[in-house]
Design a protein around this ligand. Sequence first.
Ligand SMILES: *Cc1c(COP(=O)(O)O)cnc(C)c1O
Length: 343
Amino acid sequence: MKPYTPGEQPPPGKFIKLNTNENPYPPPAAVVDAIRSAATGPLNRYPDPVATSFRRAAAEALGLPGPEWILAGNGSDEILTLLVRGFVGEGERLRLPYPSYILYRTLADIQGAAWEQTPFVDDWKLPAAFGQSADDLKLVLLPNPNSPSGTIVSPEQITEIASTLTCPLVVDEAYADFAQQNCIDLVQSCDNILITRTLSKSYGLAGIRFGFLIAKPEVIAELGKIKDSYNCDAISIAAATAAMHSQDWLADVVTKMNLTRERLTAELAELGFRVTPSHANFVWCQHPSGRHAEIYEYLKRNQILIRYMDFPDWGDGLRISIGTDEQIDACLLMISRAIQSFA
Ligand SMILES: *Cc1c(COP(=O)(O)O)cnc(C)c1O
């Protein structure tokens, strides 16, 4: 099978890293304190197999009826693995939009399942065909906001799509903290809508590996049967619990990063880029020269890492994660030099 290739992860310090949508800011101090205190706790003992402290804190922070609506995982990638393992059997099929998160295809491959892609139309709109059912279609996955575009599909349209599907619709909300809308309320009102979240992006905890599923308690209970008994370790559970108690920190960091995003968007447009308006912590942009790979290489030679992405039968472009204002200034300077070097 073809492997999934994650973004480059060079040793720390060498690059300004704007390629994998991590948070440029360190996590809340309360999280670091919680990790320290967990490290002096009973590490000789197994952790809580169902991360109760985290699920309580998350249910409260998100306004859910209770912890039984949440399943904790070793990153939302593990949650996605459990969803595919649980819902899509060998020879069955899952659906994803295109271009979007390529990992879903790998998860289908591992399962011996098939995948199909529905292309976005008219600048990242989702066609009604995305909600078409079929007997062997067992799971539909939708990143919202989408990557690499940062665009969103409205909760109204998601409700409509779910209503025409006879299988679960997973809304992957890895970036929802950066958007004005999300689908949390739909989990209670629509039988087949499930949501995945991660602490890797908005909470600045990519190094900790923690994500979760929000779904009806019956679904959480069933999927809990197929996870590893101790899928989350004591240190990450402590960190994630403290993170969920840090909602003020989250609101501040999101406000700051969204301001940087708007500035990056405007300045890239100044430089002649076509920039897709983003609701996430990255922007997707294309230059009329089409020389995206060269711009990426130029920046890499100058210790700035962004993501060059080429989608077969669709096109290529650059995805730039939101860094600190200083990092974004350095990135913009090098991009303008790269473009000048073409002239
Ligand atoms: C980053 C990302 C994830 C993975 O998050 P982890 O919790 O770090 O595994 C899932 N879905 C999308 C769309 C992402 O971009």
